[in-house]
Design a protein around this ligand. Structure first.
Ligand SMILES: Cc1cc2nc3c(=O)[nH]c(=O)nc-3n(C[C@H](O)[C@H](O)[C@H](O)COP(=O)(O)O)c2cc1C
Length: 277
């Protein structure tokens, strides 16, 4: 629990008003167990009278990312599918993980764990097992009986497109032995316990997105990987091989490495439809 040093407190009530859980009784300095440990009370206190659950409090550092900088950074970030044959040092990978403490999480539950696959053999294994799973899924979905069922009952699933993917995938497989992982030196898996109430999937995609942006500022390239997420479902046979606990599911996956290609031009990526109400 965070705690309040009442001798330092000036009763400005900033913490009380900003607490999303209404957990603070300033008269007594009590913080109830409704606290979600978000640290807003610690972050807002002008006297540093509210102390965190653990660690210390520091003044926020000034930064100089203008809106134009962020816009330009976003426009330059592309999915990287071509990596230099160069390892990402563990210190850099851990730097990416260390910063995750700053990323938002539903109810501040922070249910995620990260596994980083970063040996050539393991990345190859992840690639091959995911490719096998994907091919089995394509084969199953495009079998005559199942495709008939899908055409009748799930018409939104385009069977012809699945068949096309299957052919394309197995053709490419002959010339590219890393169609899933693209020889990335590191693959991050964002996983968490499976639960009906948790928002781990949303957290994972947000954390992976922040990580991708941070990684790009460090000169790295990244690519989200939905194939790995599909393959590493709950109780997938792949999971134990990559130290994903039995009750966990992989919710997001990010390839990370130094990019071989550099993009020169800003292209038009469609903005979403907006409705102003
Ligand atoms: C949730 C998600 C899953 C993705 N999965 C894959 C994937 O499995 N393989 C891949 O090559 N790219 C994957 N991508 C990358 C998209 O194809 C890519 O973002 C899109 O084509 C736009 O290109 P850009 O990121 O360079 O702007 C994924 C992207 C997202 C957001």
């Amino acid at each position: 629990m965070p705690f309040i040093i009442l001798e330092k407190c000036t009763r400005c009530l900033k913490c009380v008003k900003d607490c999303p859980a209404s957990a603070i009784t300033i008269e007594t300095g009590d913080i109830s167990d409704a606290c979600i440990h978000c640290g807003h009370c610690v972050a807002i206190c002008p006297e540093m009278a509210v102390r965190p659950d653990f660690g210390n409090v520091f003044l926020l550092q000034p930064y100089s990312v203008t809106s134009k900088d962020f816009r330009n950074l976003s426009s330059g970030i592309r999915s990287c599918r071509s990596f230099l044959n160069k390892d990402v040092p563990d210190a850099v990978l851990l730097q990416l993980v260390e910063n995750m403490k700053h990323y938002p999480s539903a109810s501040n539950a922070r249910p995620l764990q990260i596994s980083i696959v970063r040996s050539k053999e393991k990345v190859k294994l992840l690639n091959d097992l995911t490719a096998d799973t994907l091919m089995r899924m394509f084969t199953f979905l495009s079998s005559p009986l199942i495709s008939l069922f899908i055409r009748l009952f799930v018409p939104s699933l385009n069977i012809n497109r699945i068949k096309h993917y299957k052919t394309l995938f197995s053709e490419k497989q002959k010339v590219n032995d890393s169609q899933i992982c693209h020889h990335a030196p590191a693959v991050m898996l964002f996983h968490g316990e499976v639960s009906k109430t948790s928002m781990a999937e949303a957290d994972a995609n947000i954390w992976a997105t922040y990580t991708s942006i941070y990684a790009n500022t460090l000169g790295l390239g990244t690519c989200f990987n939905g194939f790995i997420v599909k393959a590493m479902r709950k109780k997938s046979k792949l999971n134990p091989q990559f130290k994903v606990p039995a009750n966990h599911k992989v919710y997001a996956s990010l390839l990370v490495g130094y990019p071989k290609v550099k993009y020169r031009n800003e292209t038009s990526r469609e903005s979403p439809i907006v409705v102003l109400l």
